[in-house]
Design a protein around this ligand. Sequence first.
Ligand SMILES: Cc1cc2nc3c(=O)[nH]c(=O)nc-3n(C[C@H](O)[C@H](O)[C@H](O)COP(=O)(O)OP(=O)(O)OC[C@H]3O[C@@H](n4cnc5c(N)ncnc54)[C@H](O)[C@@H]3O)c2cc1C
Length: 509
Amino acid sequence: MSADRVVVVGAGIAGLTSALLLAHRGLQVTVVDAASEPGGKIRRVMVDGAPIDSGPTVFTMKWIFDGILDAVGTRLDRELVTRPLPLLARHFWDEGGELDLFADPAAAFDAVARFAGLAEAERFRAFCAQAREVYDTLEGPFIRSTSPTMTRMVGDLGLRGLSVLSRLGPMKSLWNSLGHHFRDPRLQQLFGRYATYCGSSPWEAPATLMLIAQVEMDGVWSVDGGMHALAQMMARLARERGAQFRWGARCERIELTGGRASGVLLEGGERLPADRVVFNGDIAALASGLLGDPVRRAAPAVGQRSLSALTWSIHAPTEGLALDRHNVFFRSDYRSEFSDIFEAGRLPRRPTVYVCAQDRGQDGPQAGAQRLLCLVNAPAIGGRGLITSEALAECESTTFSLLHRCGLALSPQPHQVVRTSPEDFDQLFPATGGALYGQATHGWMSAFARSPSTSPVPGLFLAGGSVHPGPGVPMAAMSGQLAAAALMGSLASTSRWRPVATSGGMSMR
Ligand SMILES: Cc1cc2nc3c(=O)[nH]c(=O)nc-3n(C[C@H](O)[C@H](O)[C@H](O)COP(=O)(O)OP(=O)(O)OC[C@H]3O[C@@H](n4cnc5c(N)ncnc54)[C@H](O)[C@@H]3O)c2cc1C
């Protein structure tokens, strides 16, 4: 077995993926994380004795995890119980209307027809066809590519791919494109919201982001034990393959010797020497000098920050409305939410509210206290003392009054709620201001602005939602795969390691 030492800074899903793959290949892997357990944004908050998933709740692109676990000699369904959800999300509008979006295309068509008429359902079908085409076109040349550039992608797309994108109008915003698909503004709003899955405004995000809708229509799963069970499982598999985990271990500095990464310095003064380092924090921390001046050049300065969030993890009874697992509450004047956040830099005065009812679509209790995560989008202005307690209270009041107007009675007692603000997210994820998805995907070139898994600093690799291919649990996991493959590739160029090239990047078998 090799004695090549790797330190992974961060046990978010990308760091866990890299650690698992590298430990499986026999490298000596140590993962350090400032937190006390694995998962990073895949957080579990205890509220009144109940564990609430308080980060990601929508689990998609399960095939990425199938591939990762297959590469380490096991199977996802052997390690974790996941269940496909027949109902993707239930949507409510305060001015009237309720739409269930089903995973089954025929059921979704019928639901849209009942909601907005047959002609609109036909337009929905045409939208799905285009979203499918865009996804299929970009999966290989962009999502799975190790380091896409505009020129390389144009080469890889071929004539068919280029024609799909030119029909879409790549310079169009998602909002603009949806305006051509739908007559009913509520459907434009529903599908525009997918831009927020990568922390962006539907008015600024490129039309290509409609592929996120396709990802969701391809399937959403619930995970027994919650999303946190996914992170725990990845950590367990890495540990079984020899990776060591150090919790409560903040990395203060990534050290260089002769210009290449040679280890990390932990808060408290301990040094961990390494031959290679994988950084899984937000790259804003590198660019801002938080990990030391010499590694500033490892990542470009971050452009416009993505969305943060204001969340309430709740354990309390609900009444009056049949919640499903994923529920979205809309109101009119959708645009003001994003102008408040991205232009005025304030909490939205008219937020859309997402509610994950975690006991729905699973075996949990359907009566009595429910485990809920309520979330509204927020600006990434944490760490600067700009969000007053009055502003938080006002946003809380408009959030819960929308739920009431839509018919959901929910009045948790103070001990039944834990609130997390952009200030808190900034503390948890340093140098981000609370941004949860790296840089916003605004403008059609923005997707190419993300760093690849290799950095300009030899021996330092990047993995996580702030680098290519982008945020979200599966995409971040894919970045962890890309970082592990790049790291193995760097060993291959200097030693006996032989990674195997595949169409999806690098096999780690
Ligand atoms: C509220 C919320 C809802 C979301 N909803 C969804 C969803 O429904 N579906 C979905 O797919 N995605 C969702 N996301 C996004 C998704 O969670 C993230 O994109 C993904 O989990 C990011 O993983 P990561 O690998 O970048 O690491 P992160 O989760 O960002 O973890 C990074 C880790 O690095 C550690 N770290 C950072 N710096 C240091 C240091 N100097 N020293 C030691 N440790 C350090 C941190 O403590 C942290 O544990 C959501 C995120 C949030 C917060």
